[in-house]
Design a protein around this ligand. Structure first.
Ligand SMILES: *[C@@H]1O[C@H](CO)[C@@H](O)[C@H](O)[C@H]1NC(C)=O
Ligand SMILES: *[C@@H]1O[C@H](CO)[C@@H](O)[C@H](O)[C@H]1NC(C)=O
Length: 255
């Protein structure tokens, strides 16, 4: 039994070891945030290549959380995905609808949403996204292109009348122009899906905001953005974690 205080060298070694273990844990936590699929209704369990992604979803073909089937359904009105009716206040204009299709592709296909995944307690999914910082252009253009379409609700997650199997405007609500329901771009992007997105003033390519839209010939710009926010969420990173595990037994031997 040792009643005296540990010697200086031993103390120091313990602190170093603790620090390294903490770094390993942080590194592992960061990895959990990167290149992952949320646990929701249609997502794959792990991201991977999908050669046959449809139309607007093709930017994610190299690495996706959606299947080809999901990407095809994302382009349909009242698809089997959510039976959601975009045309609940008369036909939604195509230039507006393409943003909702892109939103569906981004939500279903992106493997870069890890830093914003939170637990949720609903019948149809265990995880959701919250406050994903959307690039200004993506939100502004969405809002602009929907100016001559109509809706009766601000929050499209809840409050619909589903008795017919797809969403209808609840009694007492009124179809109004998007601009009346969502006075500013931030109102649309943040309120529509109960804060899944956060409006930002960051621009595409800044590395500080997520892009719903990017070309299928460019490298997915959201990979770097997710890494940036994962690093912000954790402690400073000591680089690759592997060598720390190799070093730990050696340090333990010192004690
Ligand atoms: C996708 O899969 C669902 C369920 O298996 C099926 O009902 C649907 O027809 C498929 N859609 C396409 C476009 O293949
Ligand atoms: C829901 O829709 C059905 C069918 O259109 C209608 O009969 C019913 O009154 C509606 N209920 C509410 C609460 O809006």
């Amino acid at each position: 039994m040792r009643l005296t205080a540990p010697r200086g060298r031993e103390m120091a070694a313990r602190w170093v070891l603790l620090g390294l273990l903490a770094a390993c844990v942080t590194e592992a936590a960061k990895k959990d945030m990167l290149n992952v699929c949320m646990d929701a209704k249609h997502h794959k369990t792990k991201p991977g290549p999908e050669g046959e992604l449809h139309n607007q979803c093709t930017p994610w073909k190299d690495n996706a959380c959606c299947t080809a089937n999901t990407s095809m359904e994302a382009h349909k009105d009242q698809s089997y995905l959510y039976s959601f009716n975009w045309n609940h206040c008369g036909g939604m204009k195509d230039k507006c609808k393409r943003h909702f299709i892109q939103d569906t592709c981004f939500y279903e296909c992106s493997p870069n949403l890890g830093p914003w995944i939170v637990q949720t307690d609903t019948s149809w999914r265990r995880e959701r996204i919250m406050d994903v910082p959307l690039c200004k252009e993506d939100c502004d253009q969405w809002w602009n292109d929907c100016q001559d379409s109509f809706t009766c609700k601000e929050n499209w997650h809840k409050g619909w009348n589903w008795t017919t199997g797809s969403n209808q405007c609840p009694r007492g609500s009124e179809c109004r122009p998007f601009k009346t329901v969502f006075p500013q771009p931030a109102d649309l992007c943040e309120k529509l899906w109960s804060r899944s997105y956060k409006y930002t003033t960051e621009s595409q390519g800044s590395g500080r905001c997520m892009q719903m839209w990017f070309s299928n010939t460019e490298v997915n710009p959201n990979v770097a953005v997710a890494e940036y926010y994962a690093r912000l969420a954790g402690a400073p990173m000591p680089g690759p974690g592997a060598w720390l595990f190799l070093l730990a037994p050696a340090l333990l031997a010192l004690l």
